[in-house]
Design a binder for this molecule. Structure first.
Ligand code: AMP
Length: 278
């Protein structure tokens, strides 16, 4: 696996792949890789000649009181996992390489779907995400790019951006990979103590419980939400629980197949998100 941290070297490699007519799949990450990330690499391997990934903890998507400084950085282990998964190239730039002119000159922003759900509680977050993803897509020039549905709102915003700005890559959403107990895998799960983990687990349990009620015929969102909130509020601090249209991310009153139940909560100071598609 090629490990490249400089843009000039990356461009040479990508140009070689293109010249040889090889299709490129791309998996952007912030590192501290787990089976969720690896599943994206495996999917890309199946669908492309060349699979690329990036590891970059992007400062512009963290709020001033968020965990940028303590975000787990585990490069050596991550490289082993990517090698084992058969990744061909990983781009590992530092902040200067990505933002040589500083952090706040030009941003990609979206003003509608990025201001609801997580965006309401993390102002500027999606602008940071869209900006770094736009830049990475410009550098890696992938035919297909792979994102986890775990970050559902992020996936929709990136899909919109790629379509509206004609970025020339297909955005593919991949299923959430979970621990055997149901907890959605996340780099931030490393922060959880045993006791916190058992409370964090209530997030996926609450979503499943809501889906169970939906599956047995209850479409009333107020009632569905109260089923989820009952379980959640005893264990974590709920930021939001919503049932939304899968494309517009607008809240619905009557739940339909294909709508998304999405939630964010704090387990003490650790922020967790999860969702389930009805
Ligand atoms: P991150 O490193 O957290 O920025 O995530 C990089 C990519 O991995 C994003 O597209 C995430 O949605 C995806 N991802 C993170 N956790 C999971 C998971 N449990 N299952 C599937 N994809 C995931």
């Amino acid at each position: 696996m090629k490990v490249i941290s400089k843009i000039s070297e990356l461009r040479t490699c990508i140009a070689d792949y293109k010249r040889n007519g090889q299709s490129i799949g791309f998996v952007p990450t912030m590192g501290n890789l787990h089976k969720g990330h690896v599943s994206l690499v495996e999917r890309s391997k199946k669908e492309n000649n060349i699979t690329t990934a990036s590891i970059f903890v992007n400062p512009t998507q963290f709020g001033p009181n968020e965990d940028f400084n303590k975000y787990p950085r585990t490069l050596e282990n991550d490289l082993k996992k990517l090698t084992a998964a058969g990744c061909d190239l990983v781009f590992t730039p530092d902040v200067n390489e990505m933002y040589p002119d500083g952090l706040n000159n030009i941003f990609v922003s979206e003003n509608k779907k990025s201001t609801v759900l997580c965006g309401k509680f993390r102002p500027g977050h999606f602008s940071g995400v869209l900006t770094v993803v736009a830049k990475l897509l410009g550098l890696l020039e992938p035919d297909k790019s792979y994102f986890g549905l775990k970050d559902y709102q992020q996936y929709i915003l990136i899909k919109d951006m790629a379509a509206i700005l004609d970025l020339g890559t297909e955005i593919i959403g991949c299923p959430i990979i979970r621990e055997s107990d149901g907890l959605a895998m996340s780099s931030r799960n490393n922060y959880l103590s045993g006791e916190q983990k058992s409370r964090a687990l209530m997030l996926s349990k609450a979503l499943l419980n809501m889906k169970k009620h939906f599956d047995s015929g209850n479409k009333n969102v107020t009632q569905l939400k109260s089923h989820g909130l009952n379980l959640l509020s005893q264990n974590v601090d709920v930021q939001y629980v919503e049932v939304v249209d899968p494309n517009y991310l607008t809240p619905v009153k009557e739940a339909r197949h294909g709508d998304v139940i999405t939630a964010a909560c704090f387990c003490d100071n650790i922020r967790l998100i999860d969702n389930i598609i009805l």
